[in-house]
Ligand binder design. Sequence first.
Ligand code: ADP
Ligand code: MG
Length: 594
Amino acid sequence: MDVIHLLPDSVANQIAAGEVIQRPASCLKELVENSLDAGARHIQVVVIDAGRTLLQVIDDGVGMSATDVRMAFERHATSKITEAKDLFDLHTMGFRGEALASICAVAHVEVMTRRAEDEVGTLLEIAGSTVVRQESCQCPVGTNFKVKDLFYNVPARRKFLKTDQTELRNLLQDFYRIVLVYPHVQFTFVQGDEVLVDLPQQTYKQRIEGIFGKSTAKPFTGQLVDLHVDTEMVTIHGFVGKPETASRTAHQYFFVNGRYMRHPYFHKAIMAAYAGMLPGDYIPSYFIYFDINPQAIDVNIHPTKTEIKFQDEQYIFQILVATVREALGKFNIAPSIDFDRVGEVEMPSSKATKSVPMPKVVANPGYNPFKRTASPFATPVGAVASNPEIEPIAEPKEEVVQLFDLDIASLPLYQYADRYILVPGSEGLFFINQHRAHYAILYQKLMLQMVDGKGLKQQVLFPEELHLSADEDVLFRSIMKELEYVGFEFDQYARNAYSVTAVPVQFGEKSALPILKDILAEVKTVGTPVREQWQKRIATILAEEMAIPYGRHLSELECRDIVQQLFKIPNYRIAPDGKTILFLLTNEEIKKRF
Ligand code: ADP
Ligand code: MG
């Protein structure tokens, strides 16, 4: 008996959907790309429950005829290419004719569409690849796509989806990757009845600043440097952030021929151009658009793949380094001008810049004043151990008993070098690192406060403004309660904008914004579902920030207070970042030295 048969379309499409439509975000990408291919100037995205319940894309593009809309849902049905050679001259985002067939295999789809030349439009309803309804309808020119109950018939896929917050962030992330390429198209993104993103027709720079300008630790609105280069092989244009806007949370985007791409090698080129200008782990924001002959890149782009192979990567690498350098050099020629206005100032000619040094630049590779955990001094244990004349000191093992035995209230305590607290015990002399000790104490407290909400707050006189991008805002709302529990207070005054009206008591006078941005960046990497994980990160960042710094002179009373608190916490030997808080120089070791 023969056993091979062709799969029914609905099954084949469902299998294909597994590849093309992995989550609501991939569905959104396909629909918005279709709207752009249809020449839309206004595109509205509406989601409910992060796209699970509803994902709707409304455009004012060319629309479809009654036959075309029916055809559009067939596998490999496309109006965008006809022969293989067209693949090398693509001017559209789509060309595979797979997206709609895939979407309708795994959701309930309802589409209303009308062309300008038609009196009436068409309404088509499809569920699981089967047409349920087709009729004429009244509707504006353009296309209105509703995708409901995504993955209703693929329970495994539905289960595999993350929390609404994560899916919403994925949606926004894919949305940004598209809207950054089409600044002249107006976009809105609505979740439920809340407008999350609203982008008028803009220039590239306005669009970038509109989305991210205020959202990094160091806002870059008005601080982007233009770059442009035209060679036979490639045209590159775009923007890079001035070195002083770099931070640990930057926005980095490459696009090629209108598509977002990841390109680790070109990323290195940009970093090379900034060499010596950035402290430690800081990264600049950049938005770089390549236009290149499609024959010089791999065109058979998979809808879900973002890495693209270039034929002449090394050559483009060189061009990129030189172009970014030159752009940065141009602005560095004028260190005294008001940086807020640099964008509007006419740039001096590039010839003049070559010989000019870059004055605004910090380039001491050894010392990094910004790095969170960096200390300009070596750790005390390491310092002793690495001195060849002194024998390395063994790791203390028995402190547990020894420390609790100490009657700290009656012991004389000393601060040494404004960095260490010395505690004489019966077994020897304890060296306690003041910053790390306080860090560990605060960490412990913050972790408790995030559960019981007993953090003390301090009202601020001049509240700072926290501006977030829409995706950061989603994240922010999910960690807001914890932040309020430890003593922050926020007052939302506009979409994605809050004033910080109170900070934890120990926070002091410094700006809360960079720290809040750091926290967001950390939570982003961990992901919100793992609550304990990101609570730990928040506590780590805040504790480290608020802990008594090195170099601060402490009274004996303060020393005593720290030591007493330290010995009450379970982890008094190792700071949250894994570094040693204290060591014991035993009596024996001291004796040996004489
Ligand atoms: P592709 O985009 O690769 O051609 P799709 O399955 O995404 O494949 O779409 C199939 C066809 O449906 C497109 O080629 C286009 O002709 C038509 N189409 C899809 N969405 C729209 C839209 N929003 N407006 C007009 N036509 C559309
Ligand atoms: Mg398409």
